[in-house]
Design a protein around this ligand. Structure first.
Ligand code: GRF
Length: 193
């Protein structure tokens, strides 16, 4: 299964996927990392795993559609089947959605529809929520909307700081993203039989 991962920042989810032997052995091929931030740490991680990168900045294009069109042109010859958003900080527009219908997946650090949008962990913590979590979903034209694939809860402990809660949420994210991809691979391998 040939995928492109899109990320803008740290890239811990990208690395959790890239380093998994289990996923690779079941047929996961990360063909490319698409990144909109030339200084993002995720680019160093891609280098470590010898994964090609496409650094593409919105500011170099007249509008979002032509920015995404450039991504589509890059992905086309790679025969990408799924796009995995992993901390990609751009709203995806109909240009990309139409090119990959129902094949773009996102991860979000809250129990959607609660706390959609930016800084979800900080807002969850400040709101004093006792239970938060992680959602992995297909994307549609909204922000953090679209059919949910998997949700897991993360309980806030009595002594949690925002940082300790965040660390557990990220751990959960890494496990969940791997599991969702594993399920997709198994499904794809079944169909191919
Ligand atoms: C994660 O919390 C993810 O849910 C959100 O952005 C963050 C990315 O973290 N969409 P990282 O760059 O993978 O470390």
């Amino acid at each position: 299964m040939r995928v492109a991962v899109f990320a803008s920042g740290n890239g811990s989810n990208f690395e959790a996927i890239a380093k998994s032997d289990e996923l690779r052995n079941l047929g996961l091929e990360i063909e490319i990392l698409v990144c909109d931030q030339p200084k993002a740490h995720v680019l160093k991680r891609a280098k470590k795993y010898h994964i090609p990168v496409f650094v593409n900045q919105l500011s170099n294009y007249p509008d979002r559609s032509s920015y995404e069109q450039a991504i589509i042109e890059k992905l086309k010859p790679l025969n990408i089947e799924y796009i995995l958003l992993a901390g990609y900080m751009k709203v995806v527009t109909p240009t990309l959605l139409t090119a990959y219908p129902n094949h773009i997946i996102n991860i979000h650090p809250s129990l959607l529809p609660k706390f959609s949008g930016l800084e979800a962990i900080e807002r969850t913590f400040k709101a004093g929520e006792e239970v938060t979590g992680v959602t992995i979903h297909y994307i549609d034209e909204g922000v953090d909307t679209g059919p949910i694939i998997k949700q897991c809860k993360v309980v806030r402990l009595r002594n949690d700081t925002e940082a300790s809660l965040e660390a557990r949420i990220h751990q959960t994210e890494h496990q969940m993203y791997r599991q969702v991809i594993l399920d997709l691979l198994n499904k794809n391998n079944e169909v191919a039989k």
